[in-house]
Design a protein around this ligand. Structure first.
Ligand SMILES: NC(=O)c1ccc[n+]([C@@H]2O[C@H](COP(=O)([O-])OP(=O)(O)OC[C@H]3O[C@@H](n4cnc5c(N)ncnc54)[C@H](O)[C@@H]3O)[C@@H](O)[C@H]2O)c1
Length: 346
């Protein structure tokens, strides 16, 4: 199939491009590069062994988004393009509504006009908020707690309405738990701008000497060791699920909403220990006050992904830490420098 990958220069999108190419699909990346580097495209070429077609387009621009479909027919779209920082979404909710929701509407309009009727959409476990029980199933109550989460929920709903309205339009909403890790080549990985919002990139930056100490928010949660428990999933496992979802759309011609997690909860301290083991580096940390809005324990019931897509996570926490560390140690400043440069040389 020829696949349009919106947000394909980002962390999860770039890994998905690799898996799509490996399975013989033709990939066109559309990305505004608001949160990614053009170097990703060079790295993708190095991994895949062929150039990846790229269009620099901001989905907020309706005409530019429509133009993606003008000369090229796509069999399906995978839609990663979004802003994703919870704290920033509380400070700039309108920017999040505009970028994530308006951008998605323009994309759906472009697809509809060009008769492209298969979509795989990046949703998030954030739509569950603080769940009543774990593991979390797809039919758990949805209660978003911040503007970012609301954009994900609204986008799921818009896509659902479109599926109801057009029986030939099918979409898979994939609700990711906590993506971590990197491609085994060490050439692509997570490169957040500024202070990382997520735990793994923060640990990586402490390990590589870019930050002094890790701050762990809360040591008194009702969990195995008092720190928060999450469902970490290797980004390559996550990427594979997108390819499986496209196969499902082609085969079953049905829509679905599916959790992507391992089904296993891992505490912050367990992750820190596994990372120290994988990297051979000490991760100094302080346990500080809980953060407003955080929850004790969230992990997935991943059975539906297996039932519908035949997908199961394959990588364990040790592999996630090993691959995250390989990426960070080969690229101490992320995409700012060539692989192997010492930290701070930018
Ligand atoms: N990483 C996570 O922890 C996580 C968890 C759950 C869901 N998600 C979702 O998965 C998707 C991908 O996340 P990621 O971690 O790869 O993020 P990312 O920021 O690395 O990738 C997103 C990409 O989309 C691009 N983009 C953003 N707005 C755009 C626009 N208007 N037009 C064109 N391109 C645009 C960015 O430049 C970036 O390359 C996002 O939708 C995110 O909400 C991520």
């Amino acid at each position: 199939m020829r696949i349009l990958v919106c947000g394909g220069a980002g962390y999860i999108g770039s890994h998905t491009c690799v898996l799509l190419a490996e399975r013989g699909h033709e990939v066109v990346v559309a990305d505004s590069l608001v949160n990614s580097s053009p170097k990703v495209l060079e790295r993708l070429q190095a991994i895949i062994g062929a150039p990846v077609a790229f269009r620099q387009v901001d989905l907020r621009d309706r005409a530019a988004t429509a133009s993606l479909f003008q000369d090229t027919h796509f069999d399906a779209v995978v839609h990663f393009a979004a802003l994703k920082a919870v704290g920033e979404s509380c400070e700039r909710p309108l920017d999040y509504f505009d970028n994530n929701i308006a951008g998605t509407i323009h994309l759906l309009q472009g697809m509809k006009a060009a008769n492209v009727r298969r979509l795989v959409f990046s949703s998030s476990a954030t739509v569950y908020g603080d769940p009543d029980s774990v593991p979390v199933r797809e039919d758990a109550p949805l209660r978003v707690t911040n503007p970012y989460g609301r954009t994900k929920l609204v986008m799921e709903q818009l896509i659902g309405d479109l599926c109801d309205n057009d029986p030939a339009f099918h979409a898979i909403n994939l609700r990711y738990f906590n993506p971590v890790g990197a491609h085994a080549s060490g050439l692509i990985g997570e490169d957040p701008g500024g202070i990382p919002n997520n735990l793994m990139p923060y640990i990586c930056q402490v390990a590589v000497g870019r930050r002094e100490r890790l701050r762990i928010f809360g040591g008194d949660w009702p969990t195995v060791d008092g720190t928060g428990v999450r469902d970490y999933i290797h980004v390559v496992d996550l990427a594979r699920a997108h390819v499986d979802a496209l196969d499902y759309l082609l085969r079953a011609e049905r829509s679905a909403t599916i959790n992507l997690g391992t089904g296993r909860g891992v505490s912050v301290l367990e992750l820190v220990r596994a990372f120290a083991e994988a990297s051979g580096r000490e991760i100094p940390y302080d346990i500080v006050e809980r953060r407003a809005g955080d929850v004790a324990e969230v992990y997935a019931e991943p059975g539906l992904a297996h039932a519908l897509l035949g997908w199961r996570a394959q990588f364990d926490v040790d592999a996630m830490c090993r691959d995250a560390w390989r990426w960070q140690s080969m690229n101490p400043d992320g995409y700012a420098l060539e692989p192997g440069a010492p930290p701070g040389a930018a």
